[in-house]
Design a protein around this ligand. Structure first.
Ligand SMILES: [Zn+2]
Length: 228
């Protein structure tokens, strides 16, 4: 019965916008001492690199077109092949489409990934209902002076209108944190990203986590699954 299975260290964190996957992957990253990569950041990095591929990606993004899966997977492949990532990695919000998942799967068949056991061994899905996401995103604000994040319901300032950290009295909100944009991002998630879920479920890699509730409660649930 004793199965000497290694704890998962090649992890995908999925979930709708506002599910807290950025926060949770940062916590997990620190606890496990492994890097987190988000496809959005890698693409942004590529557009700034000035390489031919970077310029092509920038053109596509500027035109509002979808960046082909192979570009994104290539970026991720380059990162994951860096020696420091031999101990593991976390992917935050990637794959975003079924196409990306399939191209990524093919990439993992390469001998480097097979030889070094670098294939994905766990997919965590943070589940949160739509109305919760909407409430969570719309209530966000940030201190204009020091950048501390607040939420009118979940993390209000101790004194109304005054930053706990620096005493600043000016707060900003992200321009795209409106009801309309959140609803459209959720709709996009349901139609474009949700099909990735059954794909990993069939592979036996998917574990669902209730993403509602305080950050430390959610990270404790993840800790138990990952084992650290
Ligand atoms: Zn402040």
């Amino acid at each position: 019965m004793a199965e000497n299975k290694l704890p998962p260290r090649h992890i995908i964190l999925m979930g709708p916008p506002g599910s807290g996957k950025g926060t949770q992957s940062a916590i997990l990253s620190e606890k496990l001492g492994i890097n987190t990569y988000s496809a959005g950041e890698l693409l942004r990095e590529a557009t700034l690199s000035g390489t031919r591929e970077g310029k092509a990606i920038k053109k596509l993004i500027d035109k509002g077109n979808l960046v082909p899966a192979k570009y994104i997977v290539n970026r991720i492949k380059e990162k994951l092949m860096e020696p420091e990532n031999l101990k593991g990695y976390i992917l935050d919000g990637f794959p975003r489409t079924l196409d990306q998942a399939k191209v990524f799967e093919k990439m993992q068949k390469k001998s480097y990934f097979q030889k070094n056991n670098l294939c994905v061994d766990l997919v965590i899905l943070l589940q949160v209902p739509d109305d919760y996401v909407i409430e969570r995103i719309i209530g966000r604000s940030q201190c204009a002076n020091c950048g501390t994040l607040y939420h009118e319901k979940y993390k209000p300032t101790k004194v109304f209108g005054v930053c706990d950290a620096c005493g600043g009295k000016e707060f900003t909100r992200r321009a795209d944190d409106t009801y309309e944009t959140v609803v459209s991002r959720l709709r996009n998630y349901r139609s474009v990203t949700a099909p990735v879920i059954p794909y990993y479920e069939e592979k036996g890699l998917l574990v669902c986590v209730d993403g509602t509730g305080p950050i430390d409660v959610v990270s404790e649930k993840i800790r138990k699954i990952v084992g650290y």
